[in-house]
Design a protein around this ligand. Structure first.
Ligand SMILES: NC(=O)c1ccc[n+]([C@@H]2O[C@H](COP(=O)([O-])OP(=O)(O)OC[C@H]3O[C@@H](n4cnc5c(N)ncnc54)[C@H](O)[C@@H]3O)[C@@H](O)[C@H]2O)c1
Length: 311
């Protein structure tokens, strides 16, 4: 099978990026949205990302540090080649079809990428409705960050053709694509999705089994939690903890700088999922209190200009 028509369901932060990147790499892309209002909200996002692609490609003419792995396979492109890619970004944007019709979206779709809200009931409702319209050949993937494909497989009407394809925010720069099946996913469709990820300039990272948090968050969440615990228990200040990590491992950034990038609200939402966080005497309770105080003060990370550090 070769994938030609790709549907992205959802035009939020990630859906709009995935749609534009896929069209940029030459696929026929339709974005399915649940209402006319969602269409109107998706349009400025798509335009903004298209402009970022064009500006980045222009900047790459004079500044090699602007190079983004998702935009071009090699760094040493001529001005003419970069102009062609700028045109490609514009053409990709112009080629996008936006629809609220399940029927129109699903017709002849080879691959559907679900990127709607991270809410199990809403995802199930979407899959159940979509299943009525999908053709036999269609492969279905979810971009869910925290939910496992086995939670939804039975609702898709095609468990063997259903798996996760997990992108990272700012996919034209951070071009990872974690590929993860559930026990009922057939290898043939898993391999097809790996190939598709390569075809849209992503680096496929293959998981052999289901794992909450995939590879990245399985590493990152415990690492950041350990750093938060050192600070909340007053073992050392955040600068000393970061300095230790950077000097000892050669890493470019320490955990508190990473927390500022991720955003303290996300870190807080993760810690309060732990029931122990209710008790202020426990380490999770102390971490929750520490993060809540900063969030209440508006110090939520880089986007706010201040988190653990000032920007
Ligand atoms: N934001 C990130 O950094 C990031 C990174 C990787 C994966 N993800 C995953 O991608 C998915 C989407 O995240 P996002 O950040 O783009 O969210 P978002 O809130 O920015 O966008 C959600 C989109 O889905 C639509 N939507 C919401 N509820 C819906 C419903 N019930 N039915 C149909 N459409 C609905 C919205 O209109 C919007 O277009 C989530 O599963 C999330 O875990 C997000």
């Amino acid at each position: 099978m070769s994938i030609k028509k790709v549907v992205v369901a959802g035009g939020g932060v990630l859906g709009s990026q995935i749609a534009l990147q896929t069209a940029y790499c030459g696929f026929d892309v339709t974005i399915w949205l649940r209402s006319e209002g969602s269409i109107e909200r998706a349009k400025p996002k798509l335009e903004r990302f298209k402009n970022i692609y064009i500006e980045t490609l222009e900047a790459m003419k004079t500044d090699p540090s602007e190079y983004c792995r998702g935009l071009a396979a090699k760094t040493d492109l001529s001005e003419g080649e970069l102009d062609e890619l700028k045109q490609k970004a514009q053409d990709a944007y112009d080629s996008l079809t936006l629809t609220t019709s399940y029927e129109e979206a699903a017709k002849d779709a080879d691959l559907i990428i679900e990127a709607i809200a991270e809410n199990p009931e809403q995802k199930i409702a979407f899959y159940t409705e979509l299943a009525k319209y999908m053709e036999e050949k269609t492969i279905l993937v979810t971009n869910s960050s925290t939910l496992l494909p086995s939670m939804f497989a039975e609702h898709t009407g095609r468990p063997e053709k259903y798996l996760s394809l997990h992108f990272a925010n700012t996919i034209w720069k951070n071009n990872t694509a974690e590929v993860m099946g559930h026990p009922g996913t057939e290898q043939e469709y898993y391999d097809e999705v790996v190939k598709f990820a390569e075809d849209i300039n992503m680096i496929p990272l293959q998981l052999k089994k289901e794992q909450p948090g995939y590879i990245l968050n399985s590493l990152l969440v415990p690492f950041l939690s350990a750093a938060e615990a050192l600070l909340a228990n007053d073992v050392a200040d955040h600068e000393t903890i970061d300095k230790t990590w950077i000097l000892a491992t050669g890493a470019p950034a320490g955990p508190f700088h990473i927390l500022d990038i991720v955003g303290l609200t996300t870190a807080y939402n993760i810690v309060i999922m732990n029931p122990e966080a209710q008790d202020p005497e426990t380490t999770p309770g102390k971490i929750a209190k520490m993060l809540k105080e900063k969030i209440d003060a508006g110090e939520t990370g880089i986007n706010a200009g201040k988190g653990f550090y000032e920007y």
